[in-house]
Design a protein around this ligand. Structure first.
Ligand SMILES: [Zn+2]
Length: 380
């Protein structure tokens, strides 16, 4: 009997030891996350919190339902899972550090700051907080302009829940009427800045003072204009057109400028679900996807103005957004348009103005090229 008791004791000890080991394992965090956790804790201190002795367990997982991360709130210790495929995919994004930091700060916001999702928006459609999530208003993509001049605000808001609107969200529409600029190109009966090509990708022709361009491919393409301009200089670029789908899709189209898809290509596009996207193609997701009620399925005017390190975005004459570009790749001499697959644009107006009169209207246009398939942003 006594011997039997000792055996039981040995089995019990072995089990406890195994359980302890398992617990120890669970307490460890993958080292890839360490710098972001340390950064969160350092910022926390700056804003009056101390999480030095608060353990966080963060593991890679294979998450479903389009999730990039999830936090088990009120678990002890706080347990967070990060989707491995998403994390690895970000390796290919030129702003991967910001995207990874945003994801981990969001999840730690749930776990350590006890914050829930908040879908308030600021003046010009930016999220009020990096804690946005779940069903977003107007089906906006879960993507945040967490970089440049906006970044410090989002970190402060995470820790303080401040209701003070940041200055960049309340900028009045700037007056550029005194800016010296030269008209580089204008669509007119005498001049067409679009390549009138007919090939396996596009079919473009002039008819009744309109440029009609059809993207015959199933995917989005870029069409560089025949006019080139050094886009590190200031410029204004405006196109008025109607987009029509040739298949059962939501046409999306807009303006592009920069160099190419591997160096830098900035975009501002609209679609007929009344969404607009601001982004740069080497950054894997748009900086922002927002709703604008003035977008219609007849004719729209989209415009961008680059002035110094800022870009201002307009839809149908309304100043809808602005962005800083200091941390982004810039330069290149391409200006053009983007068109979703199986879509026709009827362009009735195009104006390009620049701070220098250096365009070359005789420049040979580059061929249209495919734009990377935009990935749906992931939820947090
Ligand atoms: Zn969340």
């Amino acid at each position: 009997m006594r011997k039997y008791g000792i055996t039981l004791l040995i089995i019990l000890c072995a089990c406890l030891s195994a359980c302890t080991n398992m617990f120890e394992d669970n307490r460890s965090t993958e080292s890839a996350f360490d710098p972001y956790i340390a950064s969160f804790k350092a910022y926390a201190k700056q804003y009056g919190h101390n999480f030095d002795n608060t353990p966080v367990v963060m593991h890679f997982a294979n998450l479903t339902d389009g999730k990039a991360g999830q936090c088990y709130m009120h678990s002890n210790p706080i347990y967070i899972e990060i989707d491995r495929a998403y994390w690895n995919q970000l390796e290919g994004s030129s702003n991967k550090e910001n995207l990874r930091q945003e994801l981990i700060f969001h999840e730690m916001g749930h776990g350590l700051l006890d914050r829930y999702h908040l879908n308030d928006q600021l003046n010009r459609s930016d999220w009020k907080s990096m804690m946005f999530g779940d069903a977003l208003p107007n089906n906006c993509q879960p993507t945040l302009n967490f970089r440049g001049m906006r970044k410090e605000y989002y970190i402060e808001e995470l820790f303080t829940q401040t209701n003070q609107a940041p200055a960049w969200s309340t900028l009045p529409e700037p007056d550029f009427s005194q800016v010296t600029e030269y008209e580089l190109a204008k669509l007119s009966p005498d001049f067409c800045p679009y390549p009138l090509l007919k090939n396996e990708s596009i079919d473009a022709y002039l008819a009744n003072n309109q440029v009609v361009i059809t993207n015959k491919k199933d995917y989005e393409i870029a069409i560089p204009l025949t006019v080139t301009y050094p886009t590190q200089q200031d410029f204004y670029f405006e196109v008025t057109y109607q987009a029509t789908a040739n298949k059962n899709i939501t046409p999306e189209s807009g303006l592009i400028w920069g160099d190419n898809t591997t160096t830098n290509l900035h975009y501002f596009s609209i679609d007929q679900d009344k969404h607009a996207k601001v982004g740069e193609i080497t950054c894997m997701y748009p900086f922002l996807d927002f709703y604008n009620g003035s977008i219609n399925n007849q004719q729209n005017t989209v415009a961008v103005r680059k002035q110094g390190n800022f870009v201002y975005y307009y839809i149908n004459g309304e100043f809808v957004y602005y962005n800083d570009t200091q941390d982004l790749r810039t330069g290149g001499n391409l200006v053009g348009i983007s068109i979703s697959g199986n879509t026709t644009l009827r362009i009735t107006g195009t104006v390009i103005k620049g701070s220098q009169s250096v365009q070359n209207k005789q420049a040979t246009a580059r061929n249209p090229f495919a734009l990377p398939n935009p990935l749906p942003a992931k939820a947090k």
